[in-house]
Design a binder for this molecule. Structure first.
Ligand code: GTP
Length: 604
């Protein structure tokens, strides 16, 4: 395929607007998959993705398409839609020259439509607006076209109206891809220059790197060098994704594909790295800004003998998801473990679920915290730390007020798109979360876009759920980093019979401590099963108790009902009891469910 007949593109959209369905249709039209029901959302490979019906990890597929007598190679890179994964979106875009922007004909422009549009716009990509789900009874494509024109300055006649579900006009999307997206600007005659834009770990074959060739060609047997590590490798296999790996003889400039080159160590295939031929060095590509974790939590093995297994599972999974940061950590109560950084709470849950499903690992996770900062008060401390301010990602390391002249908290600029009837409630919610309004714009007669500056910790856990429920699901939300601001912070401990629950220690704004402490105690009371003795659940700031709940004693005898009769039933119940225990953690003499904090913080 000459470079002129290659197109590299991505589909971007708000969650559920139909990009996976459109991708499936494109794969069908080009013959990459057959038209059966088993093939729904073939690009969502991970088990968590199928279960949750969301795309977490971007996947690629090469499509072959004949248009007006010319054979084209169209490389489609699927991207996730949830706000936590916008890092994956910008990474995918770096391998593209254009995007299909999908907007639901019924819901119209949503918060992530806005965010994704700007990612593509700032990367100077060609944008093809597609209005999907025109088959729906309430579809109003004309209104959506007006929104697109008003907000993105794209003439309304450039939009394509489609139904990805029924296949209406999908062929036209492929034609637009060929006509409106430019081919990649590169040359096979140049020396090899390959961008690693993603990588996965295969238990048998080692690291599989997804690469985009910005110059030259690559084939099995060639010697390559990583610009990042300077290590040398011999290429074992190259190929394209259709969407399954299909080995090819070579990959050429402009193409997107995969490479296996005996990289065994997880650190060897750095995302954003440039690969070149041995003895033919090139100027490395700019690479990527590393993902910025927004939420930190401690992770510990339930049983310390599992430490090494968990360590290798973490190493492999973080190769697959390089946006997770890992630092070694340890705690008196929980033993040796790690402090992990995630892009958001959903990201953290998905990561945890993947550890369980793909690596069979059960872990203890601590309450999430955002990266706070403390400005050190004295010259002596500054000298001791070698810097003026320190970042606090662990409540256990919250520095004393005396050594700090000012605490700082991270903020984000949030975008909310909502039908106007919910504005009042949403404004109240935002004020309640200490947010400051920055903008308010009508995108049509009854839809409003609001911009607020939020303290990050106020939106990390349950803001999105609250917003959804007070707007009957109609408001959408996305956010971007907006730097730090001064804040009155304290550390709050939760005590169970006087013993601190390390997983639940939190750094919190002083004004919020009383209400939050009370709520945490109440919810923890519901989460801890009654035991043979009375349990006091308290919230404390230093030595001062600010809230208390009492859990009454209770005796539960699971085998009493069996009259000593049926031995198999008795064994079954005892086994279930023992399994339940494995999921418990002892705090003093009290047994607390291992996942207490997620349940406590999330209110199920
Ligand atoms: P994420 O991967 O979670 O970001 O979602 P997505 O944007 O990939 O959306 P997906 O393709 O999973 O579609 C979401 C829902 O919309 C599914 O239930 C689809 O069946 C439905 N859907 C997609 N396209 C159409 C369409 O053209 N018409 C109708 N009626 N429904 C559609």
């Amino acid at each position: 395929y000459p470079v002129e007949s290659i197109r590299n593109f991505s589909i971007i959209a708000h969650v559920d607007h139909g990009k996976s369905t459109l991708a499936d249709r494109l794969l069908e039209i080009t013959g990459a998959i057959s038209k059966t029901d088993h093939n729904k959302q073939v690009l969502d490979k991970l088990q968590v993705e199928r279960e949750r019906g969301i795309t977490v990890k971007a996947q690629s597929a090469s499509l072959f398409y004949n248009h007006e007598g010319i054979n084209y190679l169209l490389n489609l890179i699927d991207t996730p839609g949830h706000v936590d994964f916008s890092y994956e979106v910008s990474r995918s875009l770096s391998a593209c020259q254009g995007v299909i922007l999908v907007v639901d004909a019924n819901e119209g422009i949503q918060a992530q439509t806005v965010a994704n549009f700007y990612l593509a716009f700032e990367a100077q990509l060609s944008i093809i607006p597609v209005i999907n789900k025109i088959d729906l009874k309430n579809a109003d494509p004309e209104r959506v076209e007006k929104q697109i024109e008003k907000l993105f300055d794209i003439p309304r006649d450039e939009c394509i109206r489609i139904s990805a579900k029924q296949g209406t006009n999908v062929e036209k999307v492929l034609q637009y891809v060929i006509e409106k997206i430019p081919p990649p600007q590169c040359n096979t005659a140049d020396p090899l220059k390959a961008l690693v834009f993603d990588s996965t770990f295969d238990h048998y074959r080692g690291v599989i790197a997804n690469i985009a060739l910005f110059g030259g060609e690559i084939a099995k047997g060639q010697k390559i060098v990583s610009a990042h590590t300077k290590k040398r490798y011999e290429v074992n296999e190259v190929g394209i994704l259709t969407p399954n790996e299909q080995p090819t003889h070579k990959l050429y400039a402009g193409q997107v594909g995969y490479l296996i080159a005996g990289m065994k160590e997880v650190t060897e295939a750095q995302i954003g790295d440039t690969l070149f031929l041995y003895k033919q060095p090139v100027e490395p590509l700019p690479g990527f800004k590393s993902a910025k974790p927004m939420v930190f939590a401690g992770m510990y093995p339930i049983d310390q003998t599992e430490y090494n297994n968990l360590k290798s599972a973490l190493e492999r999974l973080t190769l697959n998801d390089s946006s997770v940061t890992v630092h070694r950590d340890s705690s008196l109560a929980l033993g040796a473990g790690w402090r992990l950084g995630f892009l958001g709470l959903l990201h953290m849950e998905v990561f945890n679920q993947r550890l369980e499903q793909e690596y069979n690992m059960s872990v203890i996770l601590t309450a999430p915290t955002v990266p706070y900062k403390a400005v050190l008060s004295s010259a002596k401390l500054k000298k001791e730390y070698g810097k003026d301010e320190i970042t606090i990602i662990n409540p256990a390391q919250f520095p004393d007020k005396l050594s700090v002249s000012e605490y700082l908290e991270p903020t984000v600029l949030g975008t909310i798109v909502t039908p106007h009837e919910y504005i009042g409630k949403i404004i109240t919610l935002c004020q309640d979360r200490r947010a400051v309004q920055k903008d308010m714009l009508y995108i049509d007669e009854n839809r409003v876009m609001l911009k607020y500056l939020f303290p990050l910790n106020e939106i990390v856990v349950d803001f999105y759920d609250a917003l959804k429920s007070l707007s009957s699901g109609y408001a959408s939300f996305d956010y971007e980093d907006a730097g730090y601001q001064s804040a009155d912070l304290i550390k709050m401990d939760i005590l169970v019979n006087g013993n601190p629950v390390e997983e639940l220690a939190t750094i919190i704004h002083r004004d919020k401590a009383y209400a939050a402490g009370k709520l945490l105690c109440e919810r923890l009371k519901e989460t801890i099963p009654r035991q043979l003795f009375e349990i006091a659940i308290q919230a404390a700031i230093g030595k001062k108790i600010i809230a208390r709940e009492t859990l009454k004693a209770y005796r539960k005898n699971v085998v009493a009902k069996c009259y000593g009769g049926d031995i198999t039933r008795r064994m079954k119940l005892l086994k279930r009891q023992a399994e339940g225990k494995r999921l418990m953690r002892k705090i003093g003499n009290v047994e607390v469910p291992r996942d207490a904090f997620i349940r406590v913080l999330k209110r199920e």
